[in-house]
Design a protein around this ligand. Structure first.
Ligand SMILES: *Cc1c(COP(=O)(O)O)cnc(C)c1O
Ligand code: SF4
Length: 334
């Protein structure tokens, strides 16, 4: 068990934290790239296993684009803000976002194993909201006091970066609330740090006695290495329902062929596509946006090429809406 713990913590500690070292590793000339070197509030962070999924020598690699801080981040786009989806208005108690009927989202940590440049929470005031040990009691009390909450979503940051000890304490508290039927974890860790999916973690999840749903966040088939596949296999053996959520990102996956390959590869490792999100308009991310019209065109091609169960729901999130809004195809004939 201890060696399992040290394996993922070591992988995390050994992640790339400088553009220079990552570029050297990939055999790319850093000085040929339009880099934003002044990004200390959200610095580069890339686990080595994720870098190993990139194509050496290719500055336009779709995985590299997701993590490289570029000058475009400094461009100001109209309508982009620090809180694009109205999360701050939906804070029920610190660390708990109660936006939708029947389910709440808990921000359990601000830390992530990778820093995704398109992240909608990149400007989020984690310090104030994330659940420190005192606030956890209050958060659990809120959930316990609302009998209509049947699903608790652990989010962040990345909830799987919590230590086994801290995560297990939280799981134990949630496990004791009878009206909570499902625990859902949204995490990019199975994709970017698969060694975190340890036997201990799986035992801890299983011992809650709740149904566990794990939504992995993969945007491109190249992210799904053999090791990621093995981590998903371990989770499936532990009866965890595996879903995937992606963001439609310009220069990363904004073509039907890439997304169809992603769906096929997900299914091959036992994961069903759930959502394909339009980009949330967070400051610093405008260069990743794909226009709605183009998104619908891509989606139509996906529909033509995939069985229905491999087609994710194309949605966008709107502050104040009661659910993630599906995009409607104009010629759907309805
Ligand atoms: C996305 C989200 C959920 C989950 O929505 P589903 O449609 O059930 O996946 C819940 N709470 C918040 C705050 C969310 O942003
Ligand atoms: S919250 Fe998710 S998208 Fe944002 S940086 Fe962390 S892992 Fe990436």
């Amino acid at each position: 068990m201890d060696s399992e713990v040290s394996a993922w913590q070591r992988a995390l500690a050994e992640a790339f934290t400088s553009v220079d070292s990552l570029c050297r590793y990939l055999d790319i000339k850093a000085d040929s790239l339009p880099l934003n070197i002044d990004c200390q509030d959200f610095p580069l962070r890339v686990p080595k296993g994720y870098a190993d999924c990139m194509q050496p020598g290719n500055p336009r690699d779709p995985l590299l684009r997701q993590v490289l801080p570029v000058l475009d981040e400094l461009k100001v786009y109209p309508g982009y803000s620090a809180d694009p989806v109205g999360d701050l208005q939906a804070v029920a108690t610190p660390g708990v976002i109660h936006k939708y009927q029947g389910r709440v989202l808990m921000i359990v940590t601000g830390a992530c194993a990778i820093h995704c440049r398109y992240c909608f929470r990149r400007n989020f005031p984690y310090g104030e909201l994330q659940l420190g040990s005192q606030k956890i009691q209050q958060a659990v009390a809120y959930i316990a006091g609302h009998s209509d909450i049947s699903e608790v979503i652990l989010s962040g940051g990345d909830p799987l970066l919590l230590s086994d000890d801290r995560l297990n304490k939280l799981l134990g508290r949630l496990a004791r609330i009878p009206h909570v039927k499902r625990l859902r974890i949204h995490s990019r860790v199975p994709v970017v740090l698969p060694s975190r999916i340890t036997a201990t973690l799986l035992e801890n999840l299983d011992s809650t006695g709740k149904q566990i749903v794990l939504v992995i966040h993969a945007n491109h088939a190249n992210e799904l290495s053999a090791e990621v596949g093995r981590a998903c296999e371990r989770m499936r053996q532990s009866r965890i329902t595996l879903l995937n959520q992606s963001v439609l990102l310009k220069g990363v996956n904004d073509d039907a062929a890439s997304l169809c390959t992603l769906s096929e590869r997900l299914f091959a490792i036992g994961v069903l596509p759930y959502y394909l999100h339009l980009l949330d308009h967070a400051s610093g991310t405008g260069h990743f946006a794909v226009a709605e019209r183009q998104a619908l065109g891509i989606y139509r091609h996906m529909r033509e090429n995939l069985p229905g169960y491999l087609l994710p729901r194309l949605v966008r999130e709107q502050a104040g809406a009661a659910y993630k809004l599906p995009l409607f195809e104009p010629d759907a004939g309805l």
